[in-house]
Design a protein around this ligand. Structure first.
Ligand SMILES: C[S@@+](CC[C@H](N)C(=O)[O-])C[C@H]1O[C@@H](n2cnc3c(N)ncnc32)[C@H](O)[C@@H]1O
Length: 243
């Protein structure tokens, strides 16, 4: 619990000081033609694939757990997907940025909350893009996905691991998913995510206009990810399924 409080506080400082225009530049310079800033290692192609797996029909309701600064809401707008979108995050500064970026879009709402307790009217689809960072399939996140989905609703969950030894073996992960969902599938997206991560952190580090107090944090994160890729311990999974 203590560690959780520290991590959330670090995130708040970052979210309060990071500049979205620079995040957009980094995405573009990393090769993302959408030029939509993100706090994840999803390339544009991976984001398109993640959204496609949700098979969203017009006016369906989508819940984005751990929405950060509104990457997925911006992506849906970019892709012309018309959904009733609700993004949930526990960091108010991230939500402030997301609301500012999606201002004028009556279909996008952002709510402060913790996915461990957030429960609302069940929706057609749930996304959770890189909300947990250690590669483990977080049971409270899976519970939140299940509890917030209508029967037959679809979900996509992406998980990055810097040390793939933290990730459960595939058979164990499948058993965990089978216990909660009607159907599920784990796709290994490690090569695509590693390639985008390299380009993304090159672009992030090439920017010299970050607010000075967050620049060391970006540099530390870049070296952690690059070291993991070089050591062959980086892994990335895209988990999809139906409740
Ligand atoms: C790596 S960022 C990814 C953000 C966004 N999905 C994206 O792709 O840009 C992880 C986000 O999950 C949020 N998060 C982590 N734990 C959470 C929790 N228990 N409840 C709600 N949000 C959480 C963080 O605040 C952060 O904004």
């Amino acid at each position: 619990m203590f560690q959780d409080v520290i991590v959330a506080a670090l995130f708040r400082t970052f979210h309060a000081r990071v500049d979205d225009a620079l995040l957009d530049c980094a995405a573009r310079d990393a090769g993302a033609l959408s030029a939509i800033g993100r706090l994840s290692l999803l390339s544009d192609a991976m984001a398109a694939q993640a959204v496609a797996t949700l098979r969203l029909e017009a006016n369906e309701a989508l819940l984005d757990l751990g929405c950060g600064r509104g990457f997925l809401a911006r992506w849906l707008r970019h892709a012309g997907v018309v959904a009733d979108y609700v993004g949930v995050d526990r960091i108010p500064e991230a939500l402030g940025a997301a609301r500012a970026m999606l201002a004028g879009d009556p279909r996008a709402r952002f709510v402060e909350g913790d996915y461990r307790t957030y429960r609302a009217a069940p929706v057609d689809a749930v996304a959770a893009l890189e909300v947990t960072g250690d590669g483990a399939l977080d049971a409270p996140l899976l519970d939140a996905i299940g509890a917030n989905l209508k029967p037959g609703g679809r979900f996509v969950l992406t998980v990055a691991a810097l040390d793939d030894r933290n990730a459960p073996p595939r058979a164990e992960a499948n058993a965990v998913l089978r216990a909660r969902f009607e159907r599920s599938e784990i796709a290994d997206a490690t090569p695509e995510a590693a390639e985008f991560a390299q380009r993304f952190y090159d672009a992030m580090l090439a920017i010299d206009a970050w607010e000075p107090s967050i620049a060391p944090r970006i540099a530390a994160q870049a070296s952690q990810v690059r070291d993991a890729i070089a050591a062959g311990s980086f892994a990335y999974a895209i988990v999809t399924g139906t409740r």
